[in-house]
Ligand binder design. Structure first.
Ligand SMILES: NC(=O)c1ccc[n+]([C@@H]2O[C@H](COP(=O)([O-])OP(=O)(O)OC[C@H]3O[C@@H](n4cnc5c(N)ncnc54)[C@H](OP(=O)(O)O)[C@@H]3O)[C@@H](O)[C@H]2O)c1
Length: 260
């Protein structure tokens, strides 16, 4: 049975860089994102450049019914996924009360519900096959409360804790679980340059390379960048009131143009 690495959010940014890094290593891929038109050229390019099999599946992960349909397809199909990369993620910036509820709900569905659902479904398929590997993409923002991006930071805190817990639970099943916590990432291949990532930030390609190497070593928490590793430690050393203040300041610094 052919084995695949399945990557959600694979049409741009970090997901695309991870897809490329895995294809470079000869991995067959299943790419997932909302827009088919964005996935198709990526699949063609990666197939041509690296000679691997690249399938793609358009699925809106904010819609539970579509996710259910997709899960059923995976459960009934004969494609073996031995690496699941949950990278699709949405962000919201600005005060919570000023956000449209529909956007907040989509963010929670994609960042949290769909990720958990795919871990459950594909984790069970991996268990039947005696093992596999799961990489969930959280964020440095998940280490602290995030005034100015409250729901985003909270979903990433969930991803971090959930992934670490799952790792412990699944230790004896042969399923390895890791969680990636990048700081701001510079991306040459993101359709909309949303983040004001500084020039000192790592590029998506650098983060992807660091990540595939860390996966080889079965690292539990993958934190690329020395500065980010220090920042991740800070909330454990500082009083919570100061952590909240500093996190709010950092989120204001990195917010995109035009958002107060
Ligand atoms: N960029 C950073 O600075 C940074 C820092 C820390 C953590 N992260 C995390 O890294 C991950 C990737 O971030 P990024 O900035 O590289 O992403 P991005 O460039 O904004 O790309 C997001 C990807 O997710 C897909 N996606 C969005 N909504 C979706 C939906 N409803 N259903 C299915 N797919 C959907 C997008 O494709 P479609 O639009 O076609 O669906 C795209 O492929 C996220 O989880 C993010 O939280 C990013």
């Amino acid at each position: 049975m052919t084995r695949y690495a399945m990557i959600t959010g694979a049409s741009s940014g970090l997901g695309l860089a991870l897809a490329e890094a895995l294809a470079r290593r000869g991995r067959n891929l299943i790419l997932v994102a909302r827009q088919r038109e964005a996935l198709e050229p990526v699949a063609i390019e990666l197939t041509q450049r690296f000679g691997v099999e690249v399938l793609f599946r358009a699925c809106d992960l904010s819609e539970p019914l579509r996710v259910s349909g997709f899960v059923l397809e995976l459960e009934e199909g004969d494609r073996r996924i031995d690496l699941l990369v949950n990278c699709a993620g949405l962000r919201s910036y600005g005060p919570f009360l000023a956000q449209e509820w529909a956007d907040e709900q989509d963010l929670i569905e994609v960042n949290l519900v769909a990720l958990t659902r795919l871990c459950h479904a594909i984790g069970n398929l991996m268990a039947v096959h005696g093992g596999g590997q799961i990489l969930n993409v959280a964020s440095l923002a998940g280490y602290a409360p995030g005034p100015g991006m409250a729901t985003y930071a909270a979903t990433k805190a969930y991803v971090l804790h959930f992934s670490e817990a799952l790792r412990e639970e699944l230790k004896r099943t042969g399923i390895k679980v890791s969680v990636l916590c990048p700081g701001p990432v510079r991306s040459s291949k993101r359709r909309i340059p949303r983040l004001e990532a500084s020039k000192r930030s790592l590029t998506a390609e650098e983060v992807a390379l660091y990540t595939v190497r860390a996966l080889d070593k079965n690292r539990a928490v993958i934190l690329p960048g020395r500065r980010n590793r220090w920042l991740a430690r800070a909330p454990r050393l500082l009083p919570r009131w100061l952590t909240r203040k500093l996190a709010g300041l950092i989120h204001r610094t990195y917010r995109p143009h035009g958002i107060q």
